[in-house]
Write a protein that binds this ligand. Sequence first.
Ligand code: PAF
Length: 283
Amino acid sequence: MPRDPIVARSLPALREALNVFRAANDSVALVPTMGALHEGHLGLVREARRRCKRVAVSVFVNPTQFAPHEDFDSYPRTWDTDLAKLATENVDLVWNPGVKTMYPDGFASRIVTEGPATVDLEDRFRPHFFGGVATVVGKLFIQCRPDVAVFGEKDYQQLRVVTQMARDLDLGVEVAGLATVRESDGLAMSSRNVYLSPQERAIAPLLHRTMQETAEALRAGGDMATTLAAGAGRISAAGFALDYFEARHAETLQPIASLKDGPVRLLVAAKIGTTRLIDNIGV
Ligand code: PAF
């Protein structure tokens, strides 16, 4: 039987719910989301459940991680179905603050990120993004004081940035990454996939296929630069506007010239029509 989660919309309500969990000595896992929940998010919730007694999910479309020209206003908001899905997963607590609760008038402090946030991948194309993510995730960690926080590997650079931030600021949270959940044709699940037209949706899995073929070619001894250039060519020829297709060190995200210097991660970002897709795999 699905159980309705507690929904907190104010900090006192959040604290009251968390205090009950803490008084019972229950461990707490947090899954930060922006809503528009799909199977990928529910995988994170199930992982959170495996790791802790109590599961909290935040649902907050964070304005500070969107540039003015990006899709903050049109970002899918599906509260009723999100809540029903979280009830089915027996989530204990949903933290759903308003913008003024997270960023009250006069808000003037931000977390500045370096290291994996400044490696010329997403940060080159979305320079505002990691400052906004780190600030909101830092606040969520301080507000919820989870033992564990679970993030998807699909936003791989974000996972590295948040892991580094939690460590650097001694936030006392274990950041856990979970493998990307994919559609049957390989397309990484994403709330933004709803923007794809049927034609774009048909082309989109080529990103994952190309990463797999590139990883195989590299494992077979292919030269890094030549193999990546061939993959980039295939992505562009399929109609994508490619932002980057790169091999990086899986932990530092620094450029890497050979598999020997690994572990290696392939990362891609490309636009099909007006929709920007990102994805990554290990080699
Ligand atoms: O990955 C997301 O959905 C968001 O970037 C996050 C981590 C919830 C912060 O707003």
